[in-house]
Design a protein around this ligand. Structure first.
Ligand code: F6P
Length: 548
């Protein structure tokens, strides 16, 4: 393993460096389209319901071929196959990486340590479906016999962002008679705002935590239990009707006081940021119902199968991953914007931030050697058209190269009134206009031709050449959401494989956690904390002074 060459030492990497210098020294989208107008048709890939247009990228056929050669040299497909087989590709935690097993069909066989994990996946899905059905029908009641009307998911990171994002995305498919809230922040304000108008007798808490040791979640869950018991007269028995747990850690769930009969299990081969299609999705399943949840899993599976079977030239996650590598490693881009033209995808980019940045924010390779190449980009963005009136100025006329994904749907959700549906064309016109303006800009000649005074011409000129991928689907359905998420999961995978990093650990969040625990007594009790640096010690003192 140690003799694996660093990606930058491979001839395929050098070929891309040369290609950048000699063939595409200043790639220009106007020239690329002039040279080959057919790229508008050729640079499109389909997967499931997604039409993915990558024609507005600073690449030509040769760039794409060289990128695919890099993927082959770095054995992206070999690692992919190892992942799908259940090998322990998360090397630092010595774990299999099998979120793809969460959406495998009932009759699939996927083994971890010689045991087929698929029956257990479906057993949990069936239990979730049964429970979700009982909450939705009113059969599952609270301690006082009242029907559950409110569901509060308590979790953080992957135990929050996935279900919260998907709930927003699929709101149109949710049971509108139920209220859903998602609490993650250890700031007590989060739980306060989530519960202040709720009746404890009608409220179900779902405590979502893979490890069941995450301090934010356990603190919030403890406070939620206090709130519940206070509201219901203190009878401890109420906990069993109002608390369920989603976790891999039965022992800690029991320690917390939740009966394992009310626990929905998942496994250590599911990473937190890859987990919302596991038991972690219980709140979503209650919201949209088991059938819709299964449709979403089918959507994930469409892209899984495509990733495994599609040839390299037509493999959507491979292409998107490699385009990101091109900008990140050969054109010096530092960030990547994800700009969904859908209000329902308001949390989509925040979700992708964890997926991408926690996976690929690494600076040592899989063997622990420091990397001398750039790894994961900063991922950011908010839904269009809001961003257009905020930060798009910088994308259009700033000095940075920011590749972006524009995501849109041909149809608005069915339940909008006709008047609101009519706004959809305007929304999508903005998406298409942005893609065009970003790619082709407006030359000084075009500005002058409009009679703009000469001194203003530079200010009104748009350089263009800002690359975008446009992802278009017919409608934002559960299946399409699953397809989109799997597309990004595998894109992130491809990049991690090329960069030769472990995309499945997250040691980088540990230090802050440990230090927070160490610093807390200094805040609460004024305790002397050994090893506190002078700056932090002064901050703690200032804080204590002000909170008196
Ligand atoms: O932030 C680190 C992390 O481990 C994430 O990867 C994870 O999604 C989150 O904390 C929550 O962890 P848990 O589900 O164990 O509470």
């Amino acid at each position: 393993m140690s003799d694996v060459p660093e990606p930058t030492r491979r001839p395929e990497w050098a070929a891309l460096v040369n290609h950048r210098a000699d063939v595409l020294p200043q790639p220009d989208l106007r020239e690329l389209f002039d040279a080959d107008p057919s790229r508008a048709q050729r640079y499109v890939v389909h997967v499931g319901d997604l039409r993915i247009d990558y024609s507005k990228h600073l690449v030509n056929d040769e760039t794409l071929a060289l990128l695919r050669e890099l993927a082959e040299a770095t054995d992206v497909f070999g690692l992919r196959d190892a992942m799908f087989r259940g090998e322990r590709i998360n090397v630092t935690e010595d774990r299999a990486v099998l979120h793809t097993a969460l959406r495998a069909p009932r009759d699939a066989v996927i083994e971890v340590d010689g045991e087929n994990v698929v029956p257990a996946v479906h057993a949990v899905l069936d239990r979730m479906a049964d429970f979700a059905g009982r909450v939705r029908s009113g059969e599952w009641t609270g301690h006082t016999g009242k029907r559950i009307r409110n569901v509060v998911n308590i979790g953080i990171g992957g135990s929050d962002l996935g279900p919260a994002m998907a709930y927003e995305a699929l709101r149109a498919f949710t049971d509108r008679s139920l209220t859903f809230r998602f609490v993650s922040n250890v700031d007590g304000a989060d739980l306060h705002e989530a519960t202040r108008d709720l009746d404890p007798a009608e409220t179900l808490f779902i405590v979502a935590s893979k490890t069941f040791t995450t301090i934010e979640t356990i603190t919030n869950a403890t406070s939620a239990r206090t709130w519940l018991l206070k509201g219901l007269g203190g009878d401890e028995k109420a906990v069993a009707r109002h608390f369920v747990a989603l976790s891999t850690n039965a022992e800690k769930v029991t320690d917390f006081g939740i009966d394992t009969a009310n626990m929905f299990e998942f496994w250590d081969w599911v990473g937190g940021r890859y987990s919302y299609d596991s038991a972690i999705g219980l709140s979503l399943m209650i919201a949209i119902g088991p059938d819709r949840f299964r449709e979403m899993l089918d959507g994930f599976r469409i892209v899984d199968e495509h990733f495994v079977n599609a040839p390299a030239e037509a493999n959507a996650p491979l292409l998107l991953g490699l385009l990101g590598v091109w900008y990140n490693n050969f054109l010096d881009a530092q960030s990547h914007a994800v700009l969904p033209y859908s209000h329902y995808l308001s949390k989509f980019t925040a979700y992708l931030q964890q997926l991408d940045m926690e996976s690929n924010g690494k600076s040592v390779d899989r063997r622990g050697r420091p990397v001398v190449w750039q790894t994961g980009p900063v991922v950011w963005g908010t839904p269009g058209t809001n961003g257009q009136h905020a930060y798009y100025q910088l994308i259009h006329q700033g000095t940075k190269l920011i590749p972006a994904d524009l995501i849109g749907f041909a149809r608005p959700v069915a339940e909008l009134s006709d008047e609101l549906k009519a706004q959809h064309d305007l929304l999508m016109a903005n998406l298409f206009a942005q893609g065009q303006a970003l790619a082709f800009g407006k030359t000084a000649e075009e500005v002058r031709a409009e009679g703009v005074p000469e001194e203003q011409v530079p200010h009104r000129t748009f350089r263009g050449n800002h690359p975008t991928t446009t992802i278009l689907a017919t409608e934002l359905t559960p299946s399409v959401l699953g397809q989109l998420i799997a597309l990004y999961e595998h894109k992130v995978f491809v990049q991690g494989a090329v960069w030769d990093i472990d995309s499945f650990d997250q040691w980088g969040v540990e230090l802050g956690k440990v230090l927070a625990k160490r610093v807390e007594p200094a805040l609460t009790e004024g305790a002397d904390v050994p090893g506190l640096d002078p700056s932090t010690a002064a901050l703690v003192a200032a804080y204590r002074e002000r909170r008196k």
